[in-house]
Design a protein around this ligand. Structure first.
Ligand code: UDX
Length: 433
C-alpha cells in the first residue's frame, strides 16, 4: 500500500517505520526541512530503542523516504496519516491548529479516493472537523478514520507491532477494509481490531490515558497514607494487584506521572467534559495529587535538612520522565530540581541518555555527571528520580564511601528499606512505613 505520514514526531516516525517494515511504500512528511534533511541522512531526532536501525534499513531497502513536499506525496497515497502535534491550548484543551492545517493541505492534494487517518490524540469531534476541512477544498472522495495510537515511549516498536488492540473509528465500510488490511500483520497473534464510530475512538484514547493516570495518582495517595499509618505500599500494591479485576500494572507509586501524554490528556479530557457540561471532579483530583507528588521529594529533603539547602551538594539519578527515553517533557525531575535549586542546593545529575535534552531545560544551572557514581561523589544526599535499570543494583559500599553523607531520597522505591539501613544509609522512599 502507498502511505504517507504527516508529522515526524514520535508517533509519525514509529508508525511510518513499522508500516514500511511490513512491506508498504511509506513517505514521511514534515514542514521542518532541517529535520527531514537529518532523517534522510539516517539521523533520528528522538531516542527510541531500535527505531534508528529500523528506519535506516527500510530507507536502504527503498520502502521508506522523507520529504517536505506534502502535496506531491499525498496525491499518490491510498492512506494518509495525520500524526502532527496537538499541544496544550490556552484553556487546557488540545490545540488543533496543526491538525487542521494539515487536513486542509491534504484536501488540496487529493487525487483519488483516500483514507485520511487521525493518528494524533485529538478531542471528540475532531474527525468530523477534519472531514469538513477537507471537504471544503476538494471534490475527490475520501473517508476520515480515527485511529488513536497507544504506544509507550521506550517500548514504541514492540507496542506498535504487537498492540493489545487497534482501535479504528469510522462508519465507512471501504475505509474499514483498508485499515484492517494495513494492520493485519500486527494482529496475527489474535489481538483485536476494534471497530467503532470516530467519536468513540477519539474518546477511547483519552479515557485510557486518564484511567492509567488515575491509577497512578490513586497509588501515590495510598503511599502517602501508608506512611502515616505504618503500612508498606509494596505489600498493599502486591495484595491489590493480585485481584484479576485490578491487575499489577500501573500501580507503582513514584514522583508523579509526566511525559507528553498523561498530563496533557488528563487536562484535555477535563476541558472536553467542562465544555459538554459534565462534572468530572475525579480528573481534577488526579491532577492535584500528581502536582503534590512531584513536590514530595523536596519536602522530604527539607524536613531532613531544615528549611535551607544552601551549601548542600545533591546528586540526582535520572532526568527523563521515565527510563529508556530522553524525553524531558513534563518530567518530574524539572519540578524536583527547580525546588532544590530554589532552596540553594547545588545539583550534580546523571541520566544515561537525557543529558542533551536536560541541558535545554536547565542549561548550566546544574552539573551533568558522566555516570551515576560521579553524580553521587561528595553529595550530601542522592535523589533517585527515574528508575533506569542501571540504578537498581549499585555498589552500595562504593556509593557510601564516595558520598559526603549516605542519605538517599528514592522517588521510585528501588531498594528495600530494611536492607538500606543495614548497609548504613539513611533511606527515604515512598509509602513504606
Ligand atoms: C503513555 C501511555 O501509556 C500510552 O499508552 C500512550 O500512548 C501515551 O502515554 P508514555 O507517556 O510513553 O505512554 O509513558 P508511560 O510508560 O505510560 O508512563 C507515564 C508516566 O507514568 C511516567 O511518568 C511514569 O513514570 C509514570 N508511572 C507509570 C508511574 O508513576 N507509575 C506507574 O505504575 C506507571
Amino acid at each position: 500500500m502507498k502511505i504517507s505520514v504527516i508529522g515526524t514526531g514520535y508517533v509519525g516516525l514509529v508508525a511510518g517505520a513499522c508500516f514500511a517494515d511490513s512491506g508498504n511504500d511509506v513517505v514521511c512528511v514534515d514542514i521542518n526541512a532541517e529535520k527531514i534533511a537529518r532523517l534522510r541522512a539516517g539521523e533520528v531526532p528522538i531516542y527510541e530503542p531500535g527505531l534508528e536501525e529500523l528506519i535506516v534499513r527500510n530507507v536502504r531497502e527503498g520502502r521508506l523516504s522523507f520529504t517536505t513536499d506534502l502535496s506531491g506525496t499525498v496525491g499518490g497515497s491510498q492512506v494518509v496519516f495525520i500524526a502532527v502535534g496537538t499541544p496544550e491550548g490556552e484553556s487546557g484543551d488540545a490545540d488543533l491548529s496543526y491538525v487542521l492545517t494539515a487536513a486542509e493541505a491534504i484536501g488540496r492534494a487529493l487525487k483519488q479516493y483516500t483514507v485520511v487517518v487521525d493518528k494524533s490524540t485529538v478531542p471528540v469531534g475532531t474527525a468530523e472537523r477534519v472531514r469538513r476541512t477537507i471537504a471544503a477544498v476538494t471534490r475527490v472522495e475520501f473517508d476520515v478514520v480515527s485511529n488513536p495510537e497507544f504506544l509507550k515511549e521506550g517500548a514504541a516498536l514492540e507496542d506498535f507491532t504487537r498492540p493489545d488492540r487497534v482501535v479504528i473509528g469510522t462508519d465507512s465500510e471501504q475505509a474499514r477494509a483498508i485499515m484492517a488490511d494495513l494492520y493485519a500483520p500486527f494482529v496475527r497473534t489474535g489481538k483485536p481490531l476494534i471497530f467503532m464510530d470516530a467519536a468513540s475512538a477519539e474518546l477511547t484514547k483519552y479515557a485510557a490515558n486518564a484511567m492509567l493516570a488515575t491509577r497512578i495518582s490513586f497509588m501515590n495517595d495510598i503511599a502517602c497514607l501508608c506512611e502515616k499509618v505504618g503500612a508498606d505500599v509494596e505489600m498493599v500494591r502486591k495484595g491489590m494487584g493480585a485481584d484479576k479485576r485490578i491487575g499489577h500494572s500501573f500501580l507503582f507509586p513514584g514522583v508523579g506521572y509526566g511525559g507528553s501524554c498523561f498530563p496533557k490528556d488528563v487536562k484535555a479530557l477535563g476541558a472536553t467534559a467542562r465544555e459538554a457540561g459534565v462534572e468530572f471532579d475525579l480528573l481534577r483530583a488526579v491532577e492535584r495529587t500528581n502536582e503534590r507528588q512531584k513536590r514530595l521529594l523536596v519536602h522530604k529533603a527539607l524536613r531532613h535538612f531544615g528549611p535551607s539547602l544552601e551549601g548542600r551538594q545533591l546528586g540526582v539519578w535520572g532526568l527523563a520522565f521515565k527510563p529508556r527515553t530522553d524525553d524531558m517533557r513534563e518530567a518530574p525531575s524539572v519540578e524536583i530540581i527547580e525546588g532544590l535549586l530554589a532552596k540553594g542546593a547545588r545539583i550534580v545529575a546523571h541520566d544515561p541518555v537525557a543529558t542533551a535534552s536536560a541541558q535545554r531545560v536547565f542549561g548550566n544551572r546544574i552539573t551533568y555527571a558522566p555516570g551515576p557514581y560521579a553524580a553521587a561523589e561528595g553529595a550530601d544526599a542522592l535523589f533517585i528520580v527515574t528508575e533506569w535499570n542501571e540504578f537498581r543494583h549499585p555498589d552500595f559500599d562504593r556509593l557510601k564511601h564516595i558520598m559526603k553523607t549516605p542519605v538517599i531520597f528514592d522517588g521510585r522505591n528501588l531498594f528495600e528499606p530494611e536492607r538500606m539501613r543495614e548497609r548504613g544509609f539513611t533511606y527515604f522512599c515512598l509509602g513504606r512505613g
